[in-house]
Ligand binder design. Structure first.
Ligand SMILES: [Zn+2]
Length: 413
């Protein structure tokens, strides 16, 4: 190997005081960077927490630490735009409490570096959510702000009296660095007050809304939502749920195609009750791919069929969606959906959020939200995660040094 052959020379350079240009080098991995239409073996160098350079061959001598990634896929850090992470409030059995998950307790081990909370907090309690969660964790946490003041589980999400576009706009103006749009969910009432408030708030600030459409009723149906109410760039989450006639008798609802033509974005939002094989398979067979893959993470979904981003990505991969598309749907597309073009790619200068993924071959099984199983031959596993240039997850210790040569120091007990 070349690096070995030149080692004495490099060691000499070291003694002469030459400093390696890069902090971290990921060497020999198959880079998939959909924004840049890149899918080939490349080296990725990181310096000062940012992507420094991508090139076919960057010498290991130029980096303080080298991770050998042959056989792995190197992708932008995964962007999950539908999670529930308003934990720690002490409230039981609600998303604004014990059903939420602390960001760092789940993100990095799944290749995720950016999470977008989907309306767990509303315009009344957002400051508490920010100081309790967003500002405290290493995971980049952004948010869709609920137009219902108390967010999820504290107030009736079907009562228009709890909704306010004006208050939501006021709160979003105070937190433009982290609020990326507005959310509504679980609406059971008549008419469209939830959608109207969210779209009004979104229009005022030029931000997208993410819609969990709740319950359909008469005129409140998928066609009217996707053909009229939502704007291009708005996000329809739970797109393979089937609860709102997304697929009927194995046939894709034409309203889905009309919505897509208008520029509505479709997000998976798997969750505990929003992804079923009998909906997803016919939709994907009709080549109705999601714009974005997301978890709808909470303590229920993570322990059932959803599990985590790599598991959902594996489901789509096993249903025939090409790996490059699956990565696009998990990185660059969601970054664009939340209008954060600085995220979800490996451009030089971008903050160094990187995932190293392994695609295992074998006999695997995948559960949907009903507990039905699909057999598959490929599983995506998060091998190593880099956030802001630092290794924050390393499943097999590939960034570590063998313990026999490790320079242990005596440690205080
Ligand atoms: Zn959700």
């Amino acid at each position: 190997m070349r690096s070995c052959r030149w080692f004495p020379l490099l060691a000499l350079a070291g003694t002469l005081g030459a400093q390696p240009a890069y902090d971290l080098l990921i060497k020999g991995g198959h880079v998939i960077d959909p924004k840049n239409n890149l899918s080939r073996v490349m080296d990725v160098a990181v310096a000062d927490g940012r992507i420094a350079r991508l090139a076919p061959d960057i010498p290991a001598s130029q980096a303080k630490k080298t991770v050998h990634a042959a056989g792995l896929y190197v992708t932008p850090g995964i962007v999950d735009i539908h999670v529930h992470v308003y934990a720690g409030t002490g409230l039981a059995r609600v998303l604004t409490g014990d059903s939420s998950v602390y960001p760092d307790a789940f993100s990095f081990r799944t290749g995720v570096t950016t999470m977008v909370d989907a309306g767990t907090a509303g315009w009344r309690n957002f400051p508490d959510f920010r100081q309790r969660i967003i500002d405290r964790f290493r995971t980049r946490v952004l948010a869709f702000l609920n137009v219902v003041g108390g967010g999820m589980g504290l107030e009736n999400e079907s009562d228009p009296a709890n909704m306010s576009a004006a208050e939501a706009v006021k709160m979003a103006r105070q937190h433009p660095d982290v609020i990326v749009g507005f959310k509504v969910a679980h609406f059971r009432g008549d008419g469209w007050p939830d959608i109207d408030h969210a779209v009004k708030a979104g229009s005022e600030l030029g931000l997208p809304v993410m819609v969990d459409f709740g319950y359909v009723k008469g005129e409140r149906n998928l066609g009217n939502l996707l053909r009229g109410k939502l704007r291009p760039g708005d996000i329809y989450t739970h797109c393979y749920a089937g609860h709102r006639d997304e697929v009927v008798d194995g046939k894709l609802n034409p309203a889905m195609l009309d919505g897509r033509k208008r520029g509505i974005l479709f997000d998976v939002g798997h969750g505990g009750g929003s992804f079923y094989w009998n909906i997803a398979v016919p939709a994907l067979e009709a080549r109705f791919y999601p714009d974005s893959i997301s978890t709808d993470l909470h303590t229920g979904s993570m322990n059932a069929g959803m599990k985590d981003m790599p598991n959902i990505m594996s489901k789509l991969l096993n249903l025939g969606v090409p790996l490059e598309e699956v990565i696009r749907q998990s990185t660059w597309n969601p970054a664009r959906a939340i209008r954060r073009p600085e995220l979800g790619h490996l451009d030089a200068g971008a903050e160094a959020d990187i995932a190293l993924l392994r695609v295992e071959q074998g006999s695997f099984g995948f559960l949907d939200a009903a507990g039905a199983r699909l057999a598959g031959k490929r599983r995506i596993v998060a091998e190593l995660t880099v956030r802001k240039g630092a290794v924050v997850w390393d499943l097999n210790g590939i960034a570590g040094q063998d313990w026999k040569s490790f320079p242990y120091k005596r440690r205080e007990p």
